[in-house]
Design a binder for this molecule. Structure first.
Ligand code: FAD
Length: 359
C-alpha cells in the first residue's frame, strides 16, 4: 500500500447524495472518486415500486446546478428520477467506479484505507453516502415467523398483481404505507395498520412543505427553542393523486396494531381474529453502516457521533444523506444539495489544513 496515490476524497455511494457531493468536490477542484456497489446508476431509486411517484414536484427535487426536467404531468415517477440521476452523472462527468462494494475502512498513515471487493483506495477524507435504506426494518411481532401467509417489506414491493383477491394487511403510517395501500385496495381486501392515526398534509401542499418542516426543526435546534408547531405540525403524508383517490373512495381509514400472529391470520387487541393472506411491511429502514464497523466510529445505538456531519471519533470521515441527524432533510432530493455543499466545504478546509501538514 505504501507509495500508493492518496485521493483527496473517496465518496462511498453513487446515489443522489454521492452525486451531489461529487458535483461540489469537482467544482472545488478536489481529487475524488465515487465508489458505488450497484452496477447501474440511480442509487436505491430503481428498487422502488413501479408506480411510485415523488412526494415533491420536479422543481423541488433537483441536484446542484441542474434542475430536474419536469415530467409530462404530475409528480416525477421512479423512472423519471432514475433517468435524471443517470444523466446527471454523465453531465458532470463524475468519477464513478461501479460496481465497487466497500467492505471496510481502516486507519492508514496519512489518511484512510478503503478496502473494497475490487482493491484498496487511499484517501485523506471519506464521505459515506450509502443511503438510509440499506436495512429494511420490520418491528417485532409475536408469532410472526409462524405466519404461513406472504410477508414482504415495502422495499420488495413492485406492483399489486401478486395480491389480487387476497386479504392484505398494510402496516405503517408513512408515505409508503399510504401509496401502497391506495394501490392494493383496488385489487384486494385490505386493512391499514398504523400506531396512531396518520397525519395527512392538506391537498394543496407537497413534499416542499416537508422540506420546510425539516428546516424549521433544524433552525429551532440551532436556536435552542421548540420547533414552531404551526410550521412543523402540518402532517407527514403528501396527498399525491393515488392517495387522494383512495381517500375519495373512503379507503384511508386505519386500525391500531394487532397483538400477535396466528399461522393463518392475526389477533387484535380485543381478542378478535382475522384471517390474513399477506402482510406488506411499510415500516421504514435503518441505514446499513457495516462498512464502517472496523473504523471504530459506531456508538452502542448503531449511530455515529457527529458534529455538522463529521465523525467525532474519526475526523477524516463525514456522513451524508442519512436524514436529519446528518443534515436537515438530507435524505431527500430537496434537502441534499445544502447538506452536500456544507459537507464538501468542510472537507475542503480539512484537506487544505492537511496539505499544510504535508512535509
Ligand atoms: P441511495 O439512493 O440509497 O444510494 C446509496 C448508494 O450507495 C447505492 O447506490 C448503493 O449501492 C451504494 N452503497 C451502499 N453501500 C455501499 C457500500 N458498502 N459500498 C459501495 N456502495 C454502497 N425523497 C424525496 O426527496 N422525495 C420522495 O418522494 C421520496 N420518496 C421515497 C420513497 C421511498 C419508498 C424511499 C425508500 C425513499 C424516498 N425518498 C424520497 C428518500 C430519498 O430521496 C431516497 O431514499 C434516496 O434514494 C436517497 O438517496 P441516497 O443517495 O442518499 O441513497
Amino acid at each position: 500500500m505504501s507509495g500508493q496515490i492518496f485521493r483527496d476524497v473517496v465518496v462511498i455511494g453513487g446515489g443522489q447524495s454521492g452525486l451531489a457531493a461529487g458535483y461540489f468536490l469537482r467544482r472545488l477542484g478536489l481529487d475524488c472518486e465515487i465508489l458505488d456497489a450497484n452496477d447501474r446508476p440511480g442509487g436505491a431509486w430503481p428498487d422502488a415500486w413501479d408506480s411510485l411517484r415523488l412526494f415533491s414536484p420536479a422543481q423541488m427535487s433537483s441536484l446542484p446546478s441542474w434542475p430536474m426536467p419536469p415530467p409530462k404531468g404530475g409528480y416525477p415517477s421512479r423512472d423519471h428520477v432514475v433517468g435524471y440521476l443517470a444523466a446527471y452523472e454523465q453531465r458532470y462527468s463524475l468519477p464513478i467506479q461501479r460496481p465497487v462494494r466497500v467492505k471496510g475502512i481502516l486507519h492508514s498513515a496519512g489518511g484512510l484505507s478503503v478496502r473494497t471487493d475490487r482493491g484498496t483506495w487511499l484517501a485523506k477524507a471519506v464521505i459515506s453516502a450509502t443511503g438510509g435504506t440499506g436495512q429494511p426494518f420490520i418491528p417485532p411481532y409475536s408469532g410472526r415467523l409462524l405466519f404461513r401467509g406472504k410477508q414482504i417489506h415495502s422495499s420488495a414491493y413492485r406492483s399489486p398483481d401478486e395480491f389480487v383477491g387476497q386479504r392484505v394487511l398494510v402496516v405503517g403510517g408513512g408515505n409508503s404505507g399510504a401509496q401502497i395501500l391506495a394501490e392494493i385496495s383496488k385489487v384486494a381486501e385490505t386493512a391499514w395498520v398504523t400506531r396512531e392515526p396518520p397525519r395527512f398534509l392538506p391537498d394543496d401542499v407537497d413534499g416542499g412543505v416537508l422540506f420546510e418542516q425539516a428546516m424549521e426543526r433544524v433552525r429551532a435546534l440551532m436556536e435552542g427553542r421548540e420547533p414552531d408547531r404551526a410550521k412543523s405540525g402540518l402532517g407527514d403524508i403528501v396527498m399525491v393523486p393515488p392517495v387522494r383517490e383512495a381517500r375519495d373512495q373512503d379507503v384511508l381509514y386505519t386500525v391500531r396494531p394487532f397483538t400477535r400472529f396466528l399461522p393463518d391470520g392475526v389477533v387484535w387487541q380485543d381478542g378478535a381474529r382475522t384471517p390474513v393472506d399477506a402482510v406488506i411491511w411499510c415500516t421504514g429502514f435503518r441505514p446499513d453502516l457495516s462498512h464502517l464497523t472496523k473504523l471504530g466510529v459506531l456508538e452502542a445505538d448503531g449511530r455515529i457521533a457527529l458534529e455538522h456531519g463529521r465523525s467525532l471519533r474519526q475526523p477524516r470521515l463525514w456522513m451524508l444523506g442519512y436524514g436529519d441527524w446528518t443534515g436537515a432533510a438530507s435524505a431527500t432530493l430537496a434537502g441534499i444539495t445544502r447538506s452536500a455543499r456544507d459537507t464538501v466545504q468542510a472537507v475542503q478546509q480539512f484537506i487544505a489544513g492537511d496539505h499544510a501538514a504535508d512535509p
